[in-house]
Design a protein around this ligand. Structure first.
Ligand SMILES: Cc1cc2nc3c(=O)[nH]c(=O)nc-3n(C[C@H](O)[C@H](O)[C@H](O)COP(=O)(O)OP(=O)(O)OC[C@H]3O[C@@H](n4cnc5c(N)ncnc54)[C@H](O)[C@@H]3O)c2cc1C
Length: 374
């Protein structure tokens, strides 16, 4: 079989990975010279902790298995099973964590409620004030800025993989056949459109205006090296307000009884933080849903995140070196893991994994491969 993959983000690259692994030939076409959308702009969190129980958690756990196995073959991914800690400061936050560790699927996630001292054994950099922490052993991380390049290098060694950068796919011209903006036609047995959050143009033409997917914009930052290891990923209790795993009476009580910081509430924020291999910290995030999106980043969310991180670390944050925004595509029914739609003969659109696309892509692509009988 010959598979044409459009888009070189993590969704497209994982489809290419499964097709090549199953012995097929792949041509991957990317509009930019290399991908530079959500797949490079994210935290690189392989995030199990907040996933909804059921299909979403199963997809994430399967994807984590795949990431780990791929990481052994491709060291450039920087896969590490670092786990995550969510430091807790109030009784209401602790109650949400207690409810989480009582979930029937808590063991599958590796949830454990720790004292502050126990948390500091796992992550000595957390010298600030907190009373307890939720540990999620299954959380992991990869290096998003280099992961796609590392995967591409490995795919090229197969001899069955061709990468075409700097070409935009403009139309479907027949069964499993697309034309790019150089006028070249690429024909295969299947075309996967993994075009991320670009929902206009070609995607709108093929899927129609009622695509059940929306765009979400996030602000992020990265610091100079911390000067010491941050051995686990770190979240704050605001993350409980966003992730479906924590829904329930304890979260209702937190929402009703503990006001979110006004800046965090206005920008729909949570703290997520992970250390990069150069020692810098990737820190976020905000959530913006209303269009048109701002074209610039605003400072208040960064000031809020700096305050929260400094309180957990008990020390000043290193200089902020990068600030950026990214946009992902999310199914409007957020319970759905992904939107997979046949849009023409032999042409499938795979988009909308939302804020869990980096986590779930290996399993999403595996499901596509199984469903299409690759
Ligand atoms: C700031 C931020 C933080 C995030 N953090 C995490 C996280 O820690 N963990 C997690 O699991 N998820 C995270 N996510 C979500 C995750 O990054 C996305 O779900 C995922 O990267 C989507 O991958 P994609 O391949 O669909 O899209 P993209 O990475 O955007 O790739 C799509 C590619 O298609 C190309 N393209 C589009 N149209 C065409 C065309 N017509 N022809 C050719 N090429 C085309 C684009 O140029 C682009 O390179 C985050 C997202 C953001 C924005």
């Amino acid at each position: 079989m010959r598979v044409i993959v459009v888009g070189a983000g993590v969704v497209g690259t994982m489809h290419a990975w499964h097709a090549v692994s199953r012995g097929h030939e792949v041509v991957q076409i990317e509009r930019e010279s290399e991908a530079r959308g959500a797949s490079l702009r994210n935290f690189g969190q392989i995030w199990i902790s907040g996933r909804a129980g059921g299909e979403e958690l199963e997809t994430a756990l399967r994807a984590r298995e795949l990431w780990e196995a791929i990481g052994e073959r491709v060291p450039g991914l920087g896969f590490r099973a670092c786990g995550s800690l969510t430091p807790l400061r109030t009784a209401r936050e602790v109650a949400v964590a207690e409810a989480a560790v009582a979930r029937p699927d808590a063991a599958a996630r590796g949830y454990k409620l720790l004292t502050a001292d126990e948390a500091r054994v796992l992550n000595p950099a957390l010298r600030g004030a907190f009373t307890a922490a939720l540990w999620c052993e299954r959380d992991a991380a990869v290096e998003p800025r280099t992961a796609q390049l590392a995967l591409k290098e490995e795919l090229l060694t197969s001899g069955r993989y061709t990468y075409l950068g700097g070409r935009e796919v403009r139309e479907v011209v027949g069964t499993a056949s697309v034309r790019d903006d150089h006028g070249d036609v690429h024909t295969g047995d299947a075309v996967i459109l993994a075009t991320g959050a670009w929902l206009g143009g070609l995607v709108r033409e093929l899927a129609g205006p009622e695509l059940p997917v929306r765009r979400v914009r996030l602000q992020m930052m990265q610091t100079d090296p911390l000067g010491e290891p941050l051995t686990t990923s770190v979240a704050d209790a605001d993350s409980f307000r966003y992730y479906p795993a924590y829904r329930g009476e304890a979260l209702d009580a937190l929402n009703a009884g503990q006001a979110q910081d006004p800046v965090a509430a206005e920008h729909r924020m949570q703290l997520l933080m992970v250390q990069r291999r150069d020692g810098g910290l990737t820190i976020g995030d905000t959530h913006e849903y209303e269009h048109p999106f701002a074209f610039d980043t605003v400072e208040e969310p960064y000031e809020h995140l700096t305050r929260v991180v400094e309180a957990f670390l008990g020390r000043p944050l290193p200089r902020i070196r990068h600030r950026w925004a990214g946009v992902y595509a999310q199914c409007t029914d957020t319970a759905r893991v992904v939107h997979r739609q046949q849009v023409r003969d032999g042409v499938w659109l795979v988009t909308g994994p939302g804020g869990r696309g980096m986590t779930c892509s290996p399993a999403i692509a595996e499901t596509t491969a199984d469903q299409l009988g690759w």
